[in-house]
Design a protein around this ligand. Structure first.
Ligand code: HEM
Length: 132
């Protein structure tokens, strides 16, 4: 029987397993490989992000909307609902493979909600040229 996430080690396991799937996906790994030069640092940052999201604290200090606006500018209109769908499917799939319970459900729901805001921020930052 699967357990629920209860600590940072659980979040770290989830983040590592999730990014293994992302990095193996030929349709979207390019976006990540292009922008992330230090994977250890990225995985640490994302572990901080989701640990804080789930258990509180102040270990993540970044700005996800701003970070994705930067991603949008790098790829000018190429990232859309299809890419977000792939991302969210891997997220839910990885959670379901490793964990079960209230926190597991919360993480799936929060990523889906966040995805909407991140996508809106990216879309709103598009330049006229990339909308043509
Ligand atoms: C659907 C929900 C998503 C969530 C919750 C999410 C979350 C995050 C977070 C928290 C960061 C770290 C931001 C920081 O640097 O402080 C990040 C970085 C990044 N995300 Fe996402 N993301 C999502 C979707 C996507 C999608 C669909 C793509 C591309 C197809 C993407 C590409 C990236 C890239 C390339 C970075 C690294 C940016 C950099 O370090 O310069 N994300 N994401």
């Amino acid at each position: 029987m699967l357990k629920d996430l209860t600590n940072r080690a659980d979040v770290s396991l989830l983040v590592h397993a999730f990014y293994s799937k992302i990095r193996a996906d030929k349709e979207i790994n390019f976006y990540f490989n292009e922008m992330i030069s230090d994977w250890d640092e990225h995985l640490e940052k994302l572990t901080n992000f989701w640990e804080m999201n789930l258990f509180g604290g102040k270990m993540y200090t970044g700005d996800p909307l701003q970070a994705h606006v930067k991603v949008e500018h790098n790829f000018s209109g190429k990232i859309g609902p299809n890419e977000f769908g792939i991302w969210l499917n891997y997220w839910a799939q990885t959670i379901d493979e490793l964990f079960a319970g209230e926190n597991a459900a919360i993480l799936k729901l929060r990523a889906r909600k966040m995805g909407t805001f991140i996508y809106m921020a990216m879309f709103n930052s598009r330049t006229k040229e990339s909308l043509q």
